[in-house]
Design a protein around this ligand. Sequence first.
Ligand code: SAM
Length: 230
Amino acid sequence: MGDLTRATDEELQRIYNDIPSFYDRANALISFFQDVKWRTELVATVRSYVPKPRSVLDVASGKGELSFIVKKLMDKDTIMLDYALNMLKSSFVEGERVLASFYNLPFRDGAFDAVVSSFALHAADDIEEVVREMARVSRGVIGVIAMGKDDNPILRSYVGIYLRFIQPYLAKLVGAKPEDYRYIYYIYRRIPVNSQVKKTFEKYVELKLFEVKALGSVYICVGTKRDLGR
Ligand SMILES: C[S@@+](CC[C@H](N)C(=O)[O-])C[C@H]1O[C@@H](n2cnc3c(N)ncnc32)[C@H](O)[C@@H]1O
């Protein structure tokens, strides 16, 4: 196994290929059963800007947890994109699946009415590259939930302790390997604070929502293309 503390793209790809079977249970437990609520809030907000999208892209879709909510709230199958084949193979929703990296989305500019992503953007070494790509292939809205990091160092240290010492063992309770979840702490250490992430989004979209949850460890962000509706 490589050096997890670096949490490289290749190392993460191996981990993501390793975790599909218990992914949903682990995700629910480590988010204290808030993950579905947060995805629903994201999709409901996106829907308020594009009520009847013709096309929706789910970036780093995993098994389709966000696509499932898109289908429920917007009655639309998404295109699911992920770089972990095992995640796509375990997908439980209808829709086209594309094996690709979020750094190079294999679509033309403005191809989708909505481009969404949940619990994945933090895995990027360079968040801005992915936000730029998402904004490029959207003609309407982009919406993201991801792990964030509060600007307040005291809150950051609470979350750091949780991620390092508690969360891997919660994941173990549902059958996951604690070492596969320790990487989340290493990612947390390297991601930018929320105010910087917000500025990054503002470079590419008109921000409509930037809301933080769980001591700043999660943000929900929705933005529209600047020329939307003009
Ligand atoms: C924690 S899972 C989230 C899955 C799903 N979106 C959800 O809401 O539960 C993170 C997903 O991001 C994918 N991912 C991470 N880095 C990626 C990259 N560079 N390109 C494409 N997918 C990536 C992983 O394979 C994994 O399926």
